[in-house]
Design a protein around this ligand. Sequence first.
Ligand code: SF4
Length: 458
Amino acid sequence: MALLKHTPTEVMERKSLVINPAKTCQPIGAMYASFGIHGCLPHSHGSQGCCAYHRSTLTRHYKEPISASTSSFTEGASVFGGHANLLQAMNNIFSVYEPEVIAVHTTCLSETIGDDLNQIRDKAEKTGKLPEGKTFIGAPTPSYVGSHVTGFSNMVKAMAMLAEPSGKKNGKVNIIPGWVEPCDMGEIKRLAAMVGVDITLFPDTDGVLNAPLTGEYKMFPDGGVTVKELKRCGDAVGTLALGEWCSADAARWLDSKCKVPCTVLDMPFGLAATDRFIDVLRTVAGVSVPDAVAFERGQLVDMISDMHQYLYGKRVAIWGDPDQLISMCEFLVSLDMQPVYVVTGTPGKKFEKRIREICEGQPFEVKVKAKGDMFEMHQWIKNEPVDLLIGNTYGKYMARDEDIPLLRWGFPILDRQGHQYFPTVGYKGGLRLLEKILGLLLDRKDRDDPETQFELVL
Ligand code: SF4
């Protein structure tokens, strides 16, 4: 079997063709971010097909019902624009589903026609289609540029633009976590509370896309940042943006328009990136690192030093989103592993530069590509194999064809569970990542070792 058995070893130059892209489309990111607002209904301003695709991808990853509405473009709207459709949709949405907020994102079609969401919002306000006390936010998400990461970032910026600074600082810190799992957002809140920093986290999908089964359906679960909190984020003493690609635009907007100084950090995956995150938090709080946090860090360091021999020199191929890959590569290098192939489908030469900097001086040469695809990475692997794959579910074909273990990490994960519940950020998340990496490598060792070296204790 094997869907990808036909992948040739010989790498030929390809300029106008992408095969198995390491990305998906902008509105999926915008839709995911929207779920991080309490009482929000994401709305897709385009045709039904786009909305169905975005919803089903998120449903398959989070295993939760993904409710979103659509402007349902047909031939007329596709030619003359979808103003009327969106106004009609708002009528229905607010009378039937009663959300607090609608977060509208565009699609390729509505962007090509040139629909202007600000203009439509103004008209909705003037004609009473946007009821008193309800909120409309909108983000342009043309999918023929960028990726799902760009869409996420655009929607997060739209959230920041709700800020209404009063001129008086409220002592809180905004944290923009970037595209991480709901449980990762929960872990970031837990760490901030341990250090003693009062934060506003946005978006916050914790409690929304990892909510418990209670027997009672809630269209709008309890979690999410509220509009009230978003309005106050202009009064914060600072913003921590986790990830240049996912979070920096919103943080810089708050900096320039509301005078909330921003710091852009890497996502806190792995030891060093978590250290930097904790260091900024404790500086803001004006405290030393609490013992409880140092304890968790020590546990991660302990596991690294205990198991280093099994990690040393292992070659890894990794693909996904830029912010996640940067921190993961740094973590792998710190474990003396070798992230030899690194691919993202999201454009950005800065990404390639950053990965090269992380791998500089290491005993391996990294092949890195932004706007790349998994087909080419598969070809690299065929030419010079690796010991481990790290990435989303789409890697399972390569894993099977090349008989290489796969750590499912990133988006989307369509065929396994747990990613919504077990964080991989912070020190505890580092322990989980390490446990999973070691599990895969040691299972492989147990499978392949000759009987004379088959050990009970590893
Ligand atoms: S790429 Fe464009 S047309 Fe295709 S699903 Fe995404 S938004 Fe719709």
